[in-house]
Design a protein. Structure first.
Length: 150
């Protein structure tokens, strides 16, 4: 059975959580960036051979969208594995690393297309992180039974 108790907040634990979650998302970002660059180079070589620029551009945008969906999903799912603290504001402090890395991903990966696309990435990632943390916190808070003195 899972331990449904809240962890005691400490700054060191919060820093460890931020580093761990930021590292997970950063590794996914690096892998997706390398994948997109290789795919883009392959698509441009096909364009030179076949003169099909529209098809290559659609493929690049499609792969960029799939990478965005993967990174947003990771941003939403990572708060589900980190420990919860009894105070909700302390839980939000443990998401700072994810917010910073998501801002960097939105700027460096998606602003190459347009800045509006970067904002389309940041909004669901940020709201999704907050929402998944809130739902998990409220479920844990509701299942925690206060001890009654008889």
């Amino acid at each position: 059975m899972k331990n449904l108790k809240f962890k005691e907040y400490s700054t060191l634990l919060c820093v460890k959580i931020n580093l761990f979650t930021a590292l997970i998302l950063f590794i996914l970002f690096i892998c997706s960036k390398l994948f997109m660059e290789n795919f883009q180079n392959d698509a441009f070589s096909v364009v030179k051979e076949l003169d099909n620029a529209a098809g290559a551009m659609i493929a690049i945008v499609l792969v960029g969208g799939l990478v965005g969906i993967l990174l947003i999903s990771c941003s939403i799912l990572v708060p589900l594995i980190i420990p919860l603290f009894s105070n909700f504001s302390d839980n939000l402090k443990s998401l700072i690393g994810l917010v910073i890395v998501n801002f960097g991903i939105g700027y460096f990966l998606f602003s190459n297309f347009t800045l509006q696309l970067a904002l389309y990435y940041l909004l669901p990632a940020s709201v999704g992180m907050y929402f998944s943390m809130y739902v998990r916190y409220s479920k844990r808070k509701n299942t925690e039974m206060p001890e009654m003195d008889i």
